[in-house]
Design a protein around this ligand. Sequence first.
Ligand code: GLY
Length: 356
Amino acid sequence: MVRLDFNLSEVYIVENLKSDLAGLLNSFQKDKIFVLTDDNSYKYCYPKIKGIDGICDERTFVITAGDDHKNIDVVVELWKKLSNGGADRKSVLINLGGGMPTDLGGFVASTFKRGLKFINIPTTLLSQVDASVGGKTGINFEGFKNEIGVFNIAHAVLIDTSFLDTLDSGNLISGFAEMIKHTLIFSEKSWLELKSFNLKNPNLEGLKKLVADSIAIKEHFVEADPTEKGIRKALNFGHTIGHAIESFALKSGRPLLHGYAVAYGMIAELYLSHLKLGFPLDEVKSISESILSIYGSFAIDKSTDDIIYELTTHDKKNEGGRINVTLLDKPGSVQIDIVCSKEDIIASMDFYRSIK
Ligand code: GLY
């Protein structure tokens, strides 16, 4: 396996998950190994690590897949299982699956006995380039996403891109949105390189390089500001309006995968970037058209703009009742905490509707 060159996080691109994980587990002192996975990953991904010395069925916990299970009841159940299974500070928890098991498992490991080591093995593109790296762990609470959690970097993250071979195209495209975000906040060159990737007929070797590049961009911001006091907020580009669109879509019975909502959010926030920071409008339009050509259109009627606006007021970045948005004055040039008004948000939704 190849270790990516970061100071804060140990991230490996693996060639053979079973032998690479076994080697990693042998490289540090531990007692019991526990595994957390969801029912889908148990079926399709767990066989790749089953049989490693120390990994066994009675210490493998399988939870129901789906973001609505990323909650405190499931956390309590897992704390009990760790306790009954004799977990102590020398134990290690391996989180195998998409963003749901890695977020929740990271939180469970970080809080049990004030912290066990945990290893993330992300199996979706979204979790490989985003959720599993950077140390955000947490659960949903009282209807708010990731409302409770802690920052805690995984002991190691193992990226096996062969999981992407069998990923459905919706989830591949969803994860790709975070890669688009990474390039836009980093440099025009990386955006142009990513844009030329053929998502309709993905070449797995090419994707592997782009995944490593994408994680490196994320790490660049995480290392500068691990607990998101400042520049890490760059990683929220597209997410203020993206999260609002995601919640709106769910409430209106047309749920969207996270990355699709972020893609639409990026279109709106590119326009806000023009409005507030002078990002050239022709470039805003051309990037937006490229994004829409991947994600297709999602109708949001003007009559519901007030709801979208209201949802943006719940964003975690807001302070003192102001809506703070991460914007760009050009690709690779980020400005955080740009205050946007209700009129700005509504103008950005008008722009969103104008893109074909
Ligand atoms: N997903 C954004 C971050 O990890 O900061």
